[in-house]
Design a protein around this ligand. Structure first.
Ligand code: F6R
Ligand code: MG
Ligand code: MG
Length: 365
């Protein structure tokens, strides 16, 4: 059975500030999804949140980039924005960058990760959702899952994974894509994906079967809008077990609270802290950035789950380490590398301050 899994998300209003999602927005989204399921457009759905981001997880048979599915998501975000406006939530409708829907939400603000596949006998799926960071945050975890034998022992000892995986990388500045084969081309691959603000892993494929293994959202809102509109707060779908990494291999990269771009005013580096959904409440200096993981088994497109994967105690040390790193980074205050380099910041006063001080700058010699 061919099924499409679509995860479409947007921040359409925060509660309080940018720290959480209001339950009324989640309730409205569930109502719209339930209606679409009853009408037969959706096979199944799950509505959740990560921080201030509303997450629509949908299964259907309309394929990727379906106008019907994207319109359902867009209309749901519009309805939720209405509620956000009534409650005067912060940043109501902030990720909806267009006034009218035109066939597809790509480029209109919401984040999208979609994959169509033949459902396996047992189809294990992990959906990662992050807040207060951008799409490049998945580069290192995806590399570890699908190319690093120190993370994924299956690459070494499982026959059905031994050929390796292919990484599709997007240059979001130039609007170009390139595919690398791991393991032979990992040094070339790392030249690019080690610079995650520009080069992002869009998808990963099994090299033996060509099957889709992972897909991420790669929107950069700042590039779309040409002005500050928040970090993208990305999502990523990973297929697991069998010829793909096991659940434990998929989650393992997040035991390192890697430093990512985002946090306060989208202008800082901070640790990505793996948390349970209910703990995705970035409050300390609007952070530190969070990642949640919803695990499902698919059954004829039905989303059996979720299991809240990072709720497990075995991620306590990662959380503690993230908090320690957060303290250490915060101690740098307005200095790099806590503050992002000039070109990476979402907020800046540099042009205005430069202009004001124009006459006071004199040549060095
Ligand atoms: C970061 C983020 C927050 C806001 C900050 C200021 O992604 O969402 O840190 O940037 O709270 O928000 P505004 O400008 O909306 O008052
Ligand atoms: Mg927000
Ligand atoms: Mg957010």
């Amino acid at each position: 059975m061919k099924i499409t899994l679509s995860v479409i998300k947007a921040d359409v209003g925060g509660y309080v500030g940018h720290s959480e999602s209001h339950p009324d927005l989640l309730a409205k989204a569930k109502e719209n999804m339930a209606k679409a399921k009853k009408e037969g457009l959706l096979v199944d759905y799950h509505v959740t949140k990560c921080g201030d981001d509303l997450q629509l997880i949908m299964t259907h048979q309309q394929g990727e980039d379906s106008e019907k599915i994207h319109k359902l998501a867009w209309d749901t975000f519009i309805d939720c924005t209405e509620i956000a406006k009534q409650l005067k939530l912060h940043g109501a409708g902030q990720d909806l960058l267009s006034d009218a829907f035109s066939g597809n939400v790509r480029g209109m603000g919401p984040g999208v990760a979609e994959m169509e596949f033949e459902e396996r006998g047992a189809e294990t799926i992990i959906i990662f959702m992050a807040d207060k960071t951008s799409s490049g945050a998945w580069n290192m975890p995806l590399y570890k899952m699908f190319a690093d034998p120190f993370n994924t022992i299956g690459l070494v000892i499982a026959e059905n994974m031994h050929q390796g995986f292919a990484f599709e990388v997007h240059d979001i500045k130039e609007g170009k894509r390139v595919t690398f084969n791991a393991p032979e081309e990992i040094y070339d691959l790392l030249v690019f994906i080690g610079a995650p603000s520009r080069f992002m892993v869009k998808a990963v494929y099994h090299r033996g079967t060509g099957a889709i293994a992972a897909v991420s959202s790669t929107q950069r809102l700042a590039l779309i809008a040409g002005r500050y509109v928040g970090k993208d707060d990305p999502v990523c779908i990973v297929r697991s077990q069998g010829e793909f990494p096991a659940v434990g291999e998929v989650l393992e990269p997040f035991t390192l609270p890697l430093l990512v771009e985002g946090w306060m005013r989208g202008s800082h580096h901070g640790p990505l802290m793996p948390v349970a959904v209910e703990d995705s409440t970035p409050t300390r200096f609007d952070g530190p950035p969070r990642v949640v993981a919803a695990g499902f088994q698919l059954s004829g497109g039905k989303l059996v789950g979720p299991r809240d994967m990072f709720a497990d105690k075995s991620f306590d040390n990662a959380r503690q380490q993230a908090l320690d790193v957060a303290d250490f980074m915060r101690a740098h205050g307005p200095f790099e590398p806590h503050r992002l380099p000039l070109e990476g910041m979402e907020y800046t006063t540099m042009p205005q301050v430069m202009k004001k001080l124009e006459g006071r700058f004199t040549p060095l010699d």
